[in-house]
Design a protein around this ligand. Structure first.
Ligand code: DGY
Length: 331
């Protein structure tokens, strides 16, 4: 049977997403979709504003700002936004709510990958792996030395988590076998159900800064958490502490972090996220040996990125059918 595709809901996909998601859209026969056919550069804003005109659904990634301007350009047909990310700080939720647009996102499928990468980044930072491989390759490797390239170990340490959600719990579960002495966390309120799983104690932000040997940032970026990691926090941390951020760059005041790292206020930092992204290669943080910077790769495993694209596609299709999405944001 030949179907008239032109009567199907129209969807714009802002990136060449991994194959599983594209296949779901293609095989559904439920939508006609247009795609920004590149993974290497994001769709230019002007192009995006053109392409969204009159669409019923939008599948986006975290590089697209979904704000009033974009929603106005799209017009009143737009019913569903599906983002291929767990983070949603690129979406103006208030504007979406006002217009009655539903939002899908991709929590849970990336928790393992993000937790795994966070552990890798933590160890790379605390045991100075990047510095060490550089020394080995460039002639810095002299005789075996007693204190050369020494770092800090997890055994017997206190690990702090700022923002205890699924990812924070998954990180703690992976770190526990390294003989961590104690887990502590802070959040807007205690989260006893999650904390119980990892035997974590609720403390104030001040205590978190003071007690943590390793501080892992796992909160969402919101107006409340913007630059919550600033001079005030770093000044309370021990000078033997390691700071790790795999959430969003915006939760950190980077000038204050630079200061804390360069003066020895804290021992090291591992960042998977920065402001802006990409961080310019001339950025002062890149000059510091005690700062390990990754290009936002925490969820970057083949299986997870495919699962994220499949979930984003399914959320979109369900939303367009006016059914409950698999993972829908409550607005
Ligand atoms: C997200 O999903 O929000 C991550 O930052 C990218 O996987």
């Amino acid at each position: 049977v030949l179907r008239d595709m032109s009567t199907l809901p129209r969807v714009y996909v802002t990136r060449q997403i991994p194959p599983e998601g594209l296949k779901i859209l293609q095989d559904s026969g439920q939508v006609q979709f247009e795609l920004w056919d590149s993974d290497d550069v994001p769709v230019p804003r002007t192009e995006l504003l053109q392409k969204v005109k009159g669409v019923d659904g939008l599948l986006c990634v975290l590089t697209e700002k979904i704000d009033a301007e974009l929603l106005d350009a799209a017009g009143s047909n737009l019913k569903v936004i599906s983002t291929m990310s767990v983070g949603f700080d690129h979406l103006s939720l208030e504007e979406l709510k006002k217009r009655g647009i539903r939002v899908g996102y991709t929590p849970e499928v990336l928790t393992d990958a993000v937790a795994e990468l966070t552990v890798a980044l933590l160890l790379a930072t605390s045991r100075r792996l990047i510095e060490a491989t550089h020394e080995a390759k460039t002639g810095g490797w002299g005789t075996w030395r007693t204190l050369w390239l020494c770092g800090y170990e997890l055994a017997n340490s206190t690990v702090g988590i700022l923002g205890l959600g699924r990812i924070g719990v998954a990180i703690a579960e992976r770190l526990a076998p390294f003989k961590v002495k104690k887990f502590i966390y802070t959040d807007v309120a205690p989260r006893p159900e999650l904390a119980k799983a990892i035997n974590a104690e609720y403390v104030t932000l001040d205590e978190l800064a003071k007690q943590s040997d390793f501080l892992s940032i796992c909160c969402a970026l919101t107006p409340e958490t913007k630059e919550i990691c600033n001079k005030n926090l770093f000044s309370k941390m021990k000078n033997t502490s390691i700071f790790i951020n795999t959430s969003r760059g915006g939760v950190v005041n980077q000038e204050d972090l630079y200061e804390a790292l360069s003066t020895g206020q804290i021992a090291g930092a591992g960042l998977d996220v920065t402001v802006p992204e990409p961080l310019p290669t001339s950025h002062p943080l890149f000059t510091l040996k005690n700062c390990v910077i990754l290009p936002h790769i925490a969820s970057a495993s083949y299986s997870t990125r495919n699962a994220m694209s499949a979930l984003a596609a399914n959320n979109l299709l369900l939303g367009l059918r006016s059914q409950p999405m698999i993972k829908e944001l409550k607005l």
